[in-house]
Ligand binder design. Structure first.
Ligand code: ATP
Ligand code: MG
Length: 369
């Protein structure tokens, strides 16, 4: 099929959200000749330092959203907690990528797991939990240990309670009580060996481009380090790529998607999908410096109808997140010749806040110290 016409130079990409992902998308759009307009409720933030224009507005302010749609040629978003109603409204005015169904699938853990299983992907066993009686029943059904999660709005491990023993149930009841707007989901605990993620892009012509998986280590429920290559067998990498392809195609998705997986030593079923993210992903930041085309450029290419680029990498790489006070270590990396520093320009340092990241490059196969 002939490739559709790419958006012309100087077109404007609208991005919902003003955080670091929007900042890096904006930075990647510029060399391709595109301008960006950021729409977010805050009047400052990482993306506002590097965009061509911005609109400060609430996600339910139809008048401002309409003004935004009038200014831009295509719309994307940097996080999955944008209200679906916002995307539904904008979608009637200008193309939005990824599409509404992808957002709705990724922003509700129950809908997400139902979808993943429908397309033949293994997930943790799960049950919907609307109240305490549901939790009691789900614990009998799935056994312990298990994790109770809010179905919506969770990130960086927020809105989760690990239930190892019956003593932890009280805390889980509290999560159900506090989470008044939506249900929770109980997931069986997966005894995984390691976590990997696949960053995959799809364009409007159904082409896909897949980066090789990263191995991800978390600290305090927040991504700490991604290592590439991941310490998994080639067949695991192939299987992860095949799963991600299946998932992205089934949603008619356009743009970058992050697919988080657990790898376990169960011989015939080593891969379990944890969740999908309908956006560029923290575990794909390594592509900025180790690949010819980063996940951010790839996303911009996909949503502007440019051909997708190569996902080849020229180096091994370790991506280290700078969380909270870690940002003070950034200066130490400045004299290290393999270190690429990415700071998000956030005004206040807070514990658990993602302030930046470092990509440490290594020649292929060299030990990472
Ligand atoms: P993030 O924003 O980092 O993706 P999140 O709030 O969306 O986090 P999850 O990805 O669901 O939360 O879970 C965070 C981490 O908790 C996972 O990366 C994994 O280490 C652990 N975890 C989550 N679900 C399970 C499970 N069912 N079994 C074992 N570990 C789990
Ligand atoms: Mg996750």
């Amino acid at each position: 099929m002939a490739h559709q016409q790419a958006l012309p130079t100087n077109s404007t990409i609208g991005i919902l959200g003003g955080g670091q992902l929007a900042r890096m998308l904006s930075l990647a759009a510029t060399p391709l000749g595109y301008k960006t307009c950021i729409y977010c409720p805050e009047d400052n933030g990482p993306a506002l330092d590097v965009c061509h224009s911005n609109i400060v507005g609430a996600y339910d302010d139809e008048q401002k959203l309409r003004a935004f749609a009038n200014k831009v040629d295509v719309i994307t978003y940097e996080f999955e907690n944008i209200p679906a109603a916002t995307i539904a409204y904008l979608d009637g005015l200008v193309n939005v990528h990824p599409n509404l169904i992808s957002l709705q699938t990724a922003q509700d853990r129950l809908v997400e797991k139902d979808y993943l299983n429908k397309v033949g992907t293994q997930t943790a066993p799960y049950a919907n939990v609307a109240n305490k009686a549901d939790l009691d029943a789900a614990i009998i059904q799935l056994g312990l240990p298990a994790i109770l999660k809010t179905r919506t709005m969770g990130y960086d491990g927020k809105g989760q309670v690990v239930i190892k023993t019956p003593n932890d149930v009280a805390e889980a009841y509290k999560l159900i009580e506090d989470n008044i707007f939506a249900d929770c989901i109980l997931e069986g605990f997966i005894d995984f060996d390691l976590e990997i993620s696949v960053i995959i892009a799809r364009d409007v012509n159904d082409n896909v481009a897949i980066y090789e998986p990263s191995e991800n280590d978390h600290k305090n429920h927040i991504l700490d380090i991604s290592t590439i290559p991941a310490n998994v067998a080639p067949f695991i990498k192939d299987q992860a790529a095949a799963l991600a392809t299946n998932i992205i195609k089934g949603l008619d998705y356009v743009g970058i998607m992050g697919v988080e997986l657990f790898v376990s030593s169960i011989a015939n079923n080593p891969l379990i999908v944890n969740e999908i993210a309908p956006r560029v992903h923290n575990s794909g930041h390594w592509t900025q410096d180790a690949c010819y085309i980063s996940q951010f450029e790839q996303h911009i290419r996909a949503i502007t109808n440019m051909p997708l680029g190569t996902t080849k990498r020229h180096s091994d790489v370790v991506m280290k997140n700078l969380i909270g006070d870690d940002v003070n270590k950034a200066a130490d990396y400045a004299s290290q010749e393999n270190a690429h520093i990415h700071l998000y320009g956030k005004a206040d340092i807070k514990p658990g806040r993602k302030m930046g990241h470092i990509n440490l490059l290594y020649p292929f196969g060299q030990p990472k110290g």
